[in-house]
Ligand binder design. Structure first.
Ligand SMILES: C[S@@+](CC[C@H](N)C(=O)[O-])C[C@H]1O[C@@H](n2cnc3c(N)ncnc32)[C@H](O)[C@@H]1O
Length: 252
């Protein structure tokens, strides 16, 4: 039975997230040198996870301003962009139009409770969103439910167990809990497996963690960050990147 207190908490939580993201100029975060480097590294990491794959129907959960459309749309015949914020969705819709991508928009109540049919997508992308949802385990269950058999979910998510992640985990837990929490690789992997999602690709990204450096990033720092990125798929080291990049297939 649904706990009425939990429903209230979920609705309050969703309202807070919606209001926050409707008022957020997300794109401006990527304008300074550091944002540009992060954007480039995340896009490269996503492109590697999708290399050589083709899909019919993709769903991007928490699409934001559509920043990643240019990368994954080459792999999908149609994209549904979903977000809690109508402002973000407006920007994603504009980006899809500019890129000439077959696109539908879908406002959601909250990404741990999604009002879309079972087995309706063969690709689900969720990038930088799991830390914002009410219950990330419920989101993973929703992804599994909406995926067609043999479909893929691709997660690009902050890693709790890196220097930046531990700093943020502390801040989010004790300073501002509404900001959400970063996942750890083991819990995420176990949750995927529990929902019959088999991990086929696992990598780190942002191994040099640009967030730890100044927004202007000097030339040598950028060179350092790019060099360290070469370790993103090495055993053990891949668990230490600023991001985890996971592709998992729903077993038929
Ligand atoms: C950090 S942005 C990520 C955008 C995009 N996926 C990317 O990687 O650039 C987080 C996005 O998730 C959306 N969001 C935040 N909380 C959400 C929730 N609980 N359910 C669904 N979307 C949410 C925000 O509106 C925002 O567009």
């Amino acid at each position: 039975m649904t706990d009425p207190l939990n429903v209230d908490r979920r609705e309050d939580f969703a309202k807070l997230k919606r209001d926050t993201w409707n008022a957020t100029d997300y794109g401006s975060w990527f304008k300074p040198a550091r944002g540009q480097v992060i954007d480039g590294l995340e896009k490269t990491a996503l492109a590697k996870a999708l290399a050589g794959r083709k899909y019919e129907k993709a769903l991007d959960v928490g699409i934001g301003n559509g920043r990643l459309l240019s990368i994954y749309s080459a792999h999908a015949a149609h994209v549904t962009g979903m977000d809690i914020s109508s402002e973000q969705l407006d920007q994603a819709t504009k980006a899809a139009k500019e890129l000439n991508i077959p696109f539908s928009r879908q406002l959601c109540e909250e990404a741990s409770h999604i009002d879309l049919p079972d087995e309706s997508f063969d690709l689900i992308i969720c990038s930088r969103v799991l830390q914002h949802v009410f219950d990330w385990r419920e989101s993973v269950a929703e992804f599994a439910r909406m995926l067609k058999p043999n479909g893929d979910v691709v997660l690009l998510t902050y890693n709790r167990y890196c220097v930046y992640g531990l700093k943020k985990f502390y801040q989010h837990k004790f300073v501002n809990p509404t900001k959400g929490r970063f996942q750890n690789a083991l819990a995420l992997s176990n949750e995927l497996k529990r929902h019959k999602l088999t991990i086929e690709y696992f990598s780190g990204a942002l191994m040099g963690q640009p967030e730890l450096f100044s927004t202007n990033l000097s030339g040598p720092t950028r060179a350092f960050i790019r060099t360290v990125e070469n370790f993103s798929r090495l055993p053990l080291l891949k668990y230490m990147g600023g991001r985890l990049v996971i592709r998992a297939k729903k077993r038929a």
